[in-house]
Design a protein around this ligand. Structure first.
Ligand code: CP3
Length: 373
């Protein structure tokens, strides 16, 4: 474990918000209650989401329409007392803009028309023109307008996001989802030179994409390394973490005089928590396999923690959801100066989740966490 720097003492400028709990927790400033938002909070478990997607015709039709993307971003905030909004989009918009041709067949996962598996395909890769992703930045601006009151004060902050270079590479090489990561790992072990070139292009594309989201109004930036945890020790550091760091080193830390927190979520990354905490991010996202007290001991006051309830808890009875939420909050423990916790699930919410379970979760987080101050 490395020595932790002291908690920030200089005043940190936060944007004007009616509710700034999320940003405060990201920056390890005191909060009255623990902020909460959920990965995939806008999604198929909400009937109003499914109705809007039907209007758009498809998932990509929805994601590329800034008004409809704004509408679905706002839907979970109308139902629940959430402390942050997350841009409605997908991590795969970046490889799509690189010309790989993304589609989502109804009821199936993502598919790319072109894959990146040989020397010629790797040589053809380049950081895409951000104009191809204009619909994302237009959605960011539309959502920020929708979140603002007449005086320009936001209801809650808006989180922008991207996939990590490694997670994007998994989809670009496999051509879609995978159970065994055979093709991407074959390329990694047989032709590490080609893999490093894909990851370098992805890192620079992700950095530019996130910085453009920040300039459009995203108030925090999250990197989803959903498949970092499938790598072997050693390979993780070389092929995933090194390129997440390459992104972080290029990200804007401030915009309009306000601090922009950077969040890194590596699913299955608990074993490498100490190294991830040294990556230069402000917040580390954790999946449900990690104990928050143990994570806090490892990270000290280097970073805030985000997580980490098992999404399947939401299939239990309301009283059981309540108990599990309390257990997660208690595992983080009492708040002390320089610590920060953002409550979330350990991965995205399931499409089969009963919407009522989410109310129980959100209300329990706010209520119980006040007793831990
Ligand atoms: O969190 C939010 O509410 C914001 C929206 C968001 C989506 N995808 C919307 C979406 C975010 C942050 C993502 C990230 C994403 N997308 C990740 C990283 C996080 C994770 O879950 O690990 C990954 C790996 C993807 C790739 C992806 N997109 C897959 C594998 C799928 C299909 C399978 C599935 O779980 O649904 C998608 C489609 C997708 N992205 C949906 C949503 C709401 C469902 C599509 C639909 O509405 O039909």
């Amino acid at each position: 474990m490395s020595t932790a720097p002291a908690a920030p003492t200089a005043p940190i400028a936060l944007p004007p918000l009616a509710n700034d709990r999320f940003l405060r927790a990201c920056l390890r400033l005191p909060t009255d209650a623990t902020p909460v938002w959920l990965m995939r909070q806008a999604g198929r478990y909400l009937p109003e989401y499914r109705a809007t997607r039907d209007v758009a015709g498809s998932f990509m039709g929805l994601a590329t329409n800034p008004e409809l993307a704004c509408e679905v971003t706002m839907q979970p905030l109308r139902r629940y007392d959430l402390d942050a909004a997350i841009l409605f989009s997908d991590i795969l918009t970046v490889p799509d803009a690189m010309g790989l041709g993304l589609s989502f067949a109804a009821g199936e996962g993502p598919k790319f028309a072109k894959v990146v598996r040989d020397e010629a395909a790797v040589a053809a890769l380049a950081v895409p023109d951000m104009d191809k992703l204009r619909y994302v930045f237009d959605a960011v601006r539309t959502i920020r307008r929708e979140l603002s009151d007449a005086n320009g004060v936001g209801k809650v902050p808006l989180i922008g996001f991207s996939g990590s270079p490694w997670t994007l590479a998994c989809y670009m090489v496999e051509g879609g989802g995978s159970d065994d990561y055979r093709l991407v790992k074959t390329l990694m072990y047989q032709r590490p030179d080609l893999m490093h070139r894909i990851l370098a292009v992805n890192a620079d594309a992700v950095a530019l994409y996130l910085n453009t989201q920040i300039e459009a109004g995203a108030q925090a930036a999250m990197i989803f390394d959903s498949w970092g945890g499938v790598l072997a020790d050693g390979a993780f550091q070389q092929f995933s973490l090194a390129y997440t760091k390459r992104v972080l080193s290029q990200l804007k830390r401030e915009h309009d005089g306000h601090r922009i927190p950077h969040i890194v979520f590596t699913k299955g990354g608990g074993l490498w928590l100490d190294e991830i905490a040294d990556s230069g991010c402000d917040v580390v996202g954790l999946d449900w396999t990690m104990n928050l007290c143990r994570a806090r001991q490892i990270t000290g006051d280097r970073v805030a923690l985000q997580g980490n309830l098992d999404p399947n808890v939401l299939f239990a009875q309301p009283e059981q959801v309540r108990e599990q939420v309390i257990q997660t909050l208690d595992s983080f423990g009492r708040h002390t100066p320089g610590c920060g916790h953002i409550f979330n699930l350990g991965h995205g919410i399931s499409q089969f989740t009963p919407p009522e379970s989410v109310s129980v979760l959100v209300d329990t987080v706010h209520e119980h966490s006040r007793t831990l101050r």
